[in-house]
Design a protein around this ligand. Structure first.
Ligand SMILES: *[C@@H]1O[C@H](CO)[C@@H](O)[C@H](O)[C@H]1NC(C)=O
Ligand SMILES: *[C@@H]1O[C@H](CO)[C@@H](O)[C@H](O)[C@H]1NC(C)=O
Ligand SMILES: *[C@@H]1O[C@H](CO)[C@@H](O)[C@H](O)[C@H]1NC(C)=O
Ligand SMILES: *[C@@H]1O[C@H](CO)[C@@H](O)[C@H](O)[C@H]1NC(C)=O
Ligand SMILES: *[C@@H]1O[C@H](CO)[C@@H](O)[C@H](O)[C@H]1NC(C)=O
Ligand SMILES: *[C@@H]1O[C@H](CO)[C@@H](O)[C@H](O)[C@H]1NC(C)=O
Ligand SMILES: *[C@@H]1O[C@H](CO)[C@@H](O)[C@H](O)[C@H]1NC(C)=O
Ligand SMILES: *[C@@H]1O[C@H](CO)[C@@H](O)[C@H](O)[C@H]1NC(C)=O
Ligand SMILES: *[C@@H]1O[C@H](CO)[C@@H](O)[C@H](O)[C@H]1NC(C)=O
Ligand SMILES: CC(=O)N[C@H]1CO[C@H](CO)[C@@H](O)[C@@H]1O
Length: 471
């Protein structure tokens, strides 16, 4: 792996290490004495390793750019201001369950393999976008039946709709109800890291945000699905960034003829009320991190395999540590909800995330967080050349004529009701706004909660019935 990649990764590790050191309340392990002291030692050793990396990175950055110095010192003070109070402590039983989960072969299977393992038909398709990206669509076919396209969130892939397992995963439930199910993979993720002429090693390949996913990837995937199935429209299901890109597409392109309804799981457009401390920090430094990353030539953020290796080596080298650290890290992004976490299944979930995106993609969110708007990428002084205006143009969501259902959770730190209100007020054709009836439902729960079927997907299936054309 390149040094550049390592540096960005180390920044992430530093954030984790700082979280561990500063917000000590994150890790309150109560265990039987023998195991407890052993684990505590493990934890301390690895945490001191984190500190070492942290100081190395600081030195490295100081050598080169003062931005780096600013980032590392300010990160620490910022993180201190976001004290986090977890609602649960990992028990010995959790560690045992987590260890059991590690032996599940699903940890290592890709989407195609998982789908066929659970006895569903599966096909892989390649779609070329009009700007040359080669995307993988995964289909669970039901020939002649109404088509539904599911699009994943940032740093995720088709995998994440199915890793909750065969009983609850939405694609399986949809297939059982008779839908022709298509799972998208947007540019840059592990299944769509290809282009007709650009190499993923080039900066040009990673020069995109969810704006481009909305303007190029979605129309291409939809057109491909419609022309392959011979249908004139489909139902669209988006999660998180999968909703952002949809709102971009239908603000800019007329799409009511090709979409019968849009189901928005944890919608994200306006994004300034986020509660995730980790993301607030990233947002505060998003322009600096982007500058830094282009200076050192890093354009890809959290790619699939190297991240897993690094995480496994540095933080999650033993199962207990992984269960605590990775879960706390995830919760620090999504909101805490231990009760809906299936500890046995965590290794399967962690085995499939993250899946890579561009640094610019993340920065586009960061800019919108800071500006409290839903608008195009901010190129600073180049805006005038690119857009003809000093400020980036806003997306006009009143153009979105498609019927939309919005699903949100009260304890979602990323898709927050105070931001969703902008969608409720602006979208012209909302069918319903559905609060998941569970107080602690967080951002990750939309994919992975133990009770996601009864709390959420059953309602989605009911809505789908009304808008799909089985006739
Ligand atoms: C961290 O660095 C210190 C001093 O440089 C060293 O003594 C210690 O062994 C290092 N810890 C780890 C876990 O590498
Ligand atoms: C930091 O600066 C040194 C000396 O100029 C250079 O050799 C090194 O490659 C730089 N590191 C990065 C990450 O840019
Ligand atoms: C670093 O932070 C200081 C104080 O906030 C600021 O004046 C300075 O411009 C920053 N430097 C860079 C390179 O961003
Ligand atoms: C999953 O792995 C199998 C076996 O290596 C491979 O044939 C298939 O193309 C992979 N699927 C995807 C979507 O990459
Ligand atoms: C990325 O795209 C922007 C806007 O089109 C352009 O100004 C910039 O030069 C591009 N950068 C790279 C590295 O391709
Ligand atoms: C839609 O798909 C058809 C058939 O694959 C293709 O001929 C056409 O160019 C595509 N249109 C767009 C806008 O991508
Ligand atoms: C979707 O397609 C079906 C079958 O062609 C058609 O009956 C229905 O009116 C279309 N719905 C929309 C919203 O265009
Ligand atoms: C938890 O995950 C395991 C294996 O991944 C699965 O067998 C079990 O049914 C799941 N439990 C719930 C409540 O979803
Ligand atoms: C947004 O689009 C609507 C029509 O869909 C138009 O009436 C309105 O003027 C547009 N608003 C802006 C700010 O462009
Ligand atoms: C990356 C790393 O050094 N992880 C270590 C965490 O602590 C355990 C126990 O000492 C080691 O086995 C791991 O190698």
């Amino acid at each position: 792996m390149s040094n550049n990649f390592a540096i960005i990764m180390q920044l992430v590790v530093v954030v984790m290490a700082i979280l561990i050191n500063e917000a000590t309340c994150l890790i309150k392990i109560s265990l039987d004495s023998g195991i407890s002291s052993k684990l505590t030692n493990l934890l301390q050793e690895n945490v001191s390793l984190g500190k070492n990396i942290s100081s190395q990175v600081t030195t490295l950055l100081q050598e080169n750019v003062s931005i780096g110095n600013n980032i590392s010192s300010s990160l620490i003070s910022l993180l201190k201001t976001y004290a986090i109070e977890p609602d649960y402590e990992f028990t010995l039983e959790d560690f045992i369950q987590y260890n059991l989960g590690l032996s599940n072969e699903d940890v290592h299977l890709n989407a195609t393999q998982l789908i066929s393992k659970y006895n569903y038909p599966v096909e892989e398709h390649t779609v070329e976008t009009s700007d040359g990206y080669l995307l993988t669509l995964i289909r669970i076919p039901n020939e002649g039946k109404p088509a539904v396209l599911l699009v994943h969130g940032i740093l995720l892939s088709a995998d994440d709709y199915i890793t909750v397992g065969p009983e609850s995963a939405l694609p399986y439930l949809l297939h059982k109800q008779g839908y022709d199910v298509w799972l998208g993979n947007v540019r840059g993720n592990k299944y769509s890291r290809k282009h007709v002429s650009l190499s993923p090693d080039s900066a040009e390949f990673w020069n995109y945000t969810w704006n481009d996913i909305g303007l190029y990837d979605l129309p291409s995937m939809i057109n491909y699905t419609l022309s392959t199935t011979g249908k004139s429209n489909l139902t669209y299901i988006g999660y998180s960034q999968g909703t952002t890109a949809f709102f971009v597409m239908c603000s800019e392109i007329k799409c009511e003829n090709m979409i019968s309804a849009m189901i928005a799981l944890a919608p994200v457009a306006w994004f300034s009320h986020i509660k995730s401390p980790l993301l607030k920090v990233i947002a505060d430094f998003s322009d600096e991190l982007t500058t830094l990353s282009s200076l050192i030539g890093v354009n890809e953020f959290l790619p699939s395999d190297p991240f897993m290796t690094l995480t496994a080596n540095v933080l999650c080298a033993n199962a207990g540590l992984a269960a605590v650290l990775c879960s706390n890290l995830l919760f620090t992004l999504t909101g805490f909800d231990y009760d809906q976490m299936n500890v046995t299944n965590l290794p399967v979930i962690y085995g499939h995330v993250p899946s890579g995106t561009s640094v610019k993609d993340l920065n586009h969110y960061g800019q919108n967080i800071k500006a409290n708007t839903f608008r195009k990428y901010d190129y600073g002084s180049d805006n005038i050349n690119i857009y003809g205006t000093n400020e980036p143009p806003a997306y006009n969501i009143t153009n979105i004529d498609v019927p939309v259902v919005l699903y949100y959770g009260d304890n979602d730190w990323l898709s927050v009701y105070d931001d969703i209100v902008n969608l409720i007020n602006g979208l012209p054709n909302i069918i319903k706004v559905y609060r998941v009836p569970y107080d602690k439902f967080n951002h990750g729960d939309f994919m992975w909660a133990k009770d996601v079927k009864t709390l959420l997907y059953d309602d989605v299936l009911t809505v789908m019935q009304k808008y799909a054309n089985f006739g």
